[in-house]
Ligand binder design. Structure first.
Ligand SMILES: Nc1ncnc2c1ncn2[C@@H]1O[C@H](COP(=O)(O)OP(=O)(O)OP(=O)(O)O)[C@@H](O)[C@H]1O
Ligand SMILES: [Mg+2]
Length: 254
């Protein structure tokens, strides 16, 4: 299944101040099993784009089309995890399956299997407030993968983590993705993270949000944190920074 953005335009109308043109003529496609990141200055419309795929926001013109017969199912992972505080780790992980009416035995078996993958065996009965930020984020990732969506949408999922936990999460996600090979649309402000994880990186410009360039990442898979030390990695990360630099400086009025 391929997801295609066809000339998406979106302007937010506001009663009190000027309207905001969030996206202008955004077109690109993402193939099945592809990991695509979106980077760009704050306010360039990245979240809006994911929300349009999830059906939470409607484009003014243009559309998102799919090659599959049925409308694909998507799962969304945000920065603030969205775990339910009154459910245990295992119950949170299995929540999506419960909504899909999978039987309790079956969903708990799948949930336990996934907890092994994300190195959280022994924490099944803990509640979210008893976990570190990184652990909570792992639970949120497991929950999203476990519902087996056709499209996985992630909006700065590691944004709230410290730099070291973030590296570990990138490693976890590389492992999970390698196993499941989902179609992923991943929003991040971290250029290194985008390069390490992605098959392609969509670089967006500011006001209105439009695509500047789409860069194919030629790094071999499977990748690991060591991939960051390769000279090709450093080259691409610099290339992306150069594309973004002017817009980011403009955004900060520098
Ligand atoms: N519900 C809304 N009503 C009005 N304006 C909005 C709304 N949502 C977003 N915007 C505006 O649209 C633009 C794009 O917002 P969006 O959240 O998609 O950007 P973003 O690229 O995700 O930014 P960030 O990197 O800071 O998360 C911004 O200028 C924002 O202020
Ligand atoms: Mg955003």
């Amino acid at each position: 299944m391929t997801v295609t953005f066809n000339k998406i335009n979106k302007t937010y109308l506001r009663h009190t101040a000027r309207q905001v043109e969030a996206l202008r003529d955004v077109s690109f496609s993402v193939d099945n099993h592809e990991f695509v990141s979106i980077v760009g200055p704050s306010g360039c419309g990245k979240t809006t784009l994911l929300k349009i795929v999830a059906g939470l926001v409607k484009a003014d013109s243009g559309n998102v089309s799919y090659t599959s017969k049925e409308k694909p199912r998507s799962a969304l992972v945000f920065q603030d995890q969205g775990l339910l505080p009154w459910l245990t780790v295992l119950e949170n992980v299995c929540l999506g399956l419960e909504l899909q009416r999978v039987k309790k035995n079956e969903r708990q078996a799948k949930g336990r299997d996934f907890l092994r993958t994300i190195h959280m065996v022994g924490f099944e009965d803990h509640y979210p407030h008893e976990l570190s930020g990184g652990m909570k984020q792992r639970v949120a990732l497991a929950r999203a993968f476990l519902t087996n969506p056709d499209i996985l949408l992630m909006d700065e999922p590691f944004g709230a983590l410290d730099a070291q936990s973030r590296l570990i999460m990138q490693e976890e996600l590389l492992g999970l993705w390698n196993r499941e090979r989902k179609l992923v649309l991943f929003v991040t402000h971290d250029i290194d993270e985008a390069v390490l994880l992605s098959d392609r990186v969509v670089v967006m410009s500011h006001r209105p949000g439009a695509i500047k360039q789409i860069i194919t990442i030629p790094l071999e898979r499977p990748r690991s944190l060591e991939t960051r030390e390769e000279s090709k990695f450093t080259e691409i990360r610099w290339q992306i920074w150069k594309l973004l630099e002017k817009d980011i400086r403009a955004d900060l009025s520098l």
